[in-house]
Design a protein around this ligand. Structure first.
Ligand code: BGC
Length: 823
């Protein structure tokens, strides 16, 4: 991981500091399209040499209109001695210039660019929706280089054919789609995938999604979304990897590797798009699209690191965000996009606006009209405008007026063409006609089931799970037990509910083979219904059953874009349903399917066990059935804190300590305060009188059917210099009776710093599967450089001083060891 922070945007919105401790993105790993850079040292050396050759050795200049290597080996008649010295120097100079060999694609791009009219160039910079009127004709005229939301392979074939065969220059199309958690085979929502804490599996899921999408003609996905968020009210938390920058970065990088495969040019690879740059998950009040105010050190320490990690994995493209940051909409944010992303980070891939986000700068109150919106977005180096039409309409005028330089346009077009070359579209625009596994291939479904198995989190278990195999009667109740559409979750454009296997279907199948009966009641028409149907019948069934499976949660449409909620309790009459069932003195197992953390504190006491399933996707049924009956032990861990009450938000694990941290010793509940208690007689610490200071469930938490013990935690060295590796060894033992996986988490805390430090920060983790009784050694290595942060001068520093580390299975526990970073 590279926590390099490079430059700083100050309040005046300009770069003010360049960080010395810069660790640049590993160039070899980065998808870094080599645009022809005419200012490289090598080019300049060659230019000087050419000049020197012509002048010093009297080559007739008309014979050498351009530089040719053979010139140097054509011995001149005069100045023999100087010539030898010159050749000697030349060889030395050239071998000192170890620049990359010229890329033949650069030449192709330049040739194309030379032939393009301004209109054709601008065509490469617009992305039009698949239903745009006259799309075929516009493509034919070279006015559209990129489309989205068209997934009919025949139509894509036809549009691509028009682009390459009927447009003047035959430039193929980019075909974009939101492939967020699967194409036809739907995987758990990203928040659920993060709960697996298994990046290999996440990568595999993205690979499958890419293969399925590519087979239908898609070559660019607008994923992964790596917006860190601390707010479960925000509907798009479903699409995020939660609240932690490190976990988000690891998962984002895994997705990128999965989408893009080993090479973008493979027929089954699709370009990834990191979004939304930046801080979209920081919307005030968790209300989607809302204003973002964020201190720059938080922007740099929390929001940006996942982008750097995913760029290291080679992400080809980036999307801007709808929001403003501290008054500047990101799509026109010159210092964020041009100065930081392009110049400091060296990002040379395609930068795409979000849907209409160029022209929404007018609504934000940042630009007066389309023309100025186009100007600002272009100044900020946004290459492609999604859907709105400011670029095609106003860039020509802005060029005429000399406000936008044609080189700015050329650079953007180069980047788009480079992506098309890298995707292999020039060689094979119909690459989706190649050899692909079928959609929903058995191995795709198996991977989706595995992901669901690993993403579901066991939050509570008072001996109710797993159910015994010899169970005779099972009550299955609730609006989500048999909801094939809802279990897929948000952002599902291409999944089909008829492919979903619901929990009720799977349980019925198992019931037939294991010989148990099922009494099923939907109870509520939808997750929002207020009317419980047939409460008496429900009670009768519960009374006859050995156990109750209560399927609760929210419909898929209640999370995702634009689906923020102020109340994140179970909606409708679900709490009433829990109480109804919970009073019947039968083990109640709640299975909650949702796109966000739901606050169910008030009804938790009625639940003997809780499996938090997120929206698990196509294979929800088989996965849940295996967990419920103990074929597999749950191993998911929360990627986000679950509040007890919405009013506690923001509540997150990596918070600051404050000067008056809360404690159980100082906390007095609202109802326990004596009447007329004197003002300062009770603890004055940072808590709520009603809901205290603890969440319902903390980050990193999740139970298992087994138990684990961590022991023998040892540090190789407890005094290190910045840049040295912190090496930790420990023993992990499965002390339970079943095979199960545990996630060992490593957190650190710097006791004090020139800026206050969080009480804990996740630095590393490993998910390990162990047989009962098995014990293994686990090793971690963390570079102490990565423990740095942005100080008051916004320099990235690793300050010497005392630290603590914890290794454990949750953010609130673990074995602590002190260590120190020394000068
Ligand atoms: C979303 C993006 C998405 C785009 C295209 C926008 O509304 O914010 O994340 O990729 O639509 O569907």
């Amino acid at each position: 991981m590279c926590w390099s922070k490079i430059a700083v945007i100050d309040d005046a919105d300009s770069i003010v500091t360049t960080i010395k401790e810069q660790r640049s993105i590993t160039q070899q790993q980065q998808y870094n399209p080599g645009l022809p850079d005419l200012c490289t040292p090598k080019v300049w050396v060659l230019r000087v040499l050419r000049f020197a050759t012509l002048k010093l050795f009297n080559f007739p200049s008309e014979r050498h209109p351009v530089f040719s290597v053979s010139d140097f080996f054509q011995k001149p008649k005069k100045m023999n001695k100087h010539y030898k010295i010159f050749i000697f120097l030349l060889i030395g100079l050239l071998s000192a210039c170890k620049g990359p060999a010229p890329d033949p694609i650069d030449a192709k791009i330049e040739t194309l660019l030379d032939q393009m009219t301004l209109e054709e160039k601008l065509g490469q910079l617009v992305k039009k929706n698949g239903d745009h009127p006259n799309l075929p004709d516009q493509i034919r005229q070279g006015l559209v280089g990129s489309i989205l939301n068209e997934v009919n392979p025949d139509r894509i074939y036809e549009l691509q054919r028009i682009a390459v065969e009927e447009s003047r220059l035959g430039i193929p199309l980019l075909v974009g789609r939101d492939v967020i958690h699967g194409f036809r085979t739907i995987f758990p929502i990203p928040l659920g995938q993060a709960a697996s804490w298994n990046p290999e599996l996440v990568e595999k899921g993205a690979r499958i999604a890419a293969v399925e999408a590519a087979s239908q003609g898609v070559n660019w996905t607008f994923a992964p979304m790596i917006d860190v968020t601390r707010d479960p009210r925000w509907g798009r938390i479903a699409e995020s990897f939660g609240e932690d920058p490190y976990l988000t970065g690891v998962m984002g990088a895994a997705k990128v590797r999965g989408f893009q495969g080993d090479s973008l040019s493979a027929h089954d690879a699709i370009a990834a798009c990191l979004k939304h740059f930046a801080a979209y998950g920081w919307a005030e009040g968790g209300r989607d699209y809302n204003t973002v105010s964020i201190p720059y050190n938080e922007l740099y320490d929390i929001i940006l690191p996942p982008f750097q990690m995913a760029l290291e994995a080679g992400a080809a493209t980036i999307m801007t965000a709808f929001n403003e940051i501290n008054g500047i909409p990101t799509t026109g944010h010159v210092s964020l996009l041009r100065d930081l992303l392009r110049e400091q980070w060296g990002f040379q891939g395609v930068l795409l606006s979000d849907w209409n986000s160029v022209t929404e700068m007018i609504v934000h109150g940042f630009t007066p009209n389309y023309k100025e919106s186009a100007y600002m977005a272009k100044q900020a180096t946004v290459d492609v405008e999604m859907v709105s039409r400011a670029y095609e309409t106003y860039l020509p005028q802005l060029i005429d007026e000399g406000r936008i330089n044609i080189e700015q346009i050329n650079d953007a077009v180069r980047r788009v063409l480079r992506l098309k070359f890298d995707l292999g579209l020039f060689e094979n625009p119909y690459r989706f006609k190649g050899d692909f596994p079928e959609l929903l291939a058995p191995e795709h479904l198996e991977a989706s089931k595995q992901m669901a198995l690993e993403s579901i989190v066991l939050l509570k278990n008072q001996g109710a799970l797993p159910l015994p195999k010899n169970i005779r009667r099972l009550a299955v109740i609730g609006p989500l037990a048999d909801a094939p559409h809802e279990q897929m979750g948000t952002w599902v454009f291409d999944g089909r509910k008829e492919n979903s296997i619901t929990p009720l279907q799977s349980l019925r199948e198992l019931g037939l083979s294991n010989g148990f009966e099922i009494y099923y009641h939907r109870a509520l028409e939808t997750s929002r219904s207020h009317q419980i149907t047939d409460p008496k019948g429900i009670l009768r069934s519960v009374g006859r059953a050995d156990a109750v499976l209560l399927f609760l949660g929210e419909e898929s449409i209640l999370s995702g874009e634009g689906k923020s909620l102020a109340n994140i309790n179970l909606q409708g009459a679900q709490e009433e349903l829990v109480r109804l069932v919970g009073t019947a003195n039968r083990p109640v197992i709640a299975i909650i399917m949702a796109g966000r953390p739901i606050t169910f504190e008030e009804v938790k006491p009625y639940m003997d066990a809780v499996l938090y399933a997120w929206h698990p996707g196509t294979m929800a049924g088989p996965a849940l059935t295996e967990l419920i009956f103990g074929k597999v032990s749950p191993s998911g861990k929360l990627p986000v804190t679950f509040p007890r009450h919405v009013g506690q938000i923001p509540i997150y694990y990596n918070h600051k300590n404050t000067g008056r941290p809360a404690s159980f010793e100082t906390f007095v509940h609202l109802y326990d305060i004596p009447v007329e208690a004197p003002q300062f007689s009770l603890g004055t610490t940072s808590h709520y009188l009603d809901y205290g200071f603890k969440p319902m469930f903390p980050f990193g938490f999740g139970l298992s059917y087994s138990s684990f013990e961590i022991s023998n935690v040892a540090l190789e060295n407890s005094q290190l210099k910045a840049g040295e590796y912190l090496k930790v060894a420990l023993a992990l033992k499965n002390t339970g009776k079943v095979k199960a996986a545990e996630v060992v988490q490593l957190y650190t805390r710097q006791k004090f710093g020139s800026r206050t430090r969080p009480v804990r920060e996740l630095r590393a983790f490993q998910k390990i599967l162990l047989e009962p009784g098995q014990e293994i050694k686990v090793y971690f290595e963390v570079n102490t450089h990565d423990l740095g942060f942005h100080n008051q001068q916004m320099q990235f520093v690793t300050e010497p001083g005392p630290f603590q580390l914890w290794v454990g299975t949750c953010s609130q526990s673990g074995i602590m060891k002190p260590f120190e970073i020394i000068e």
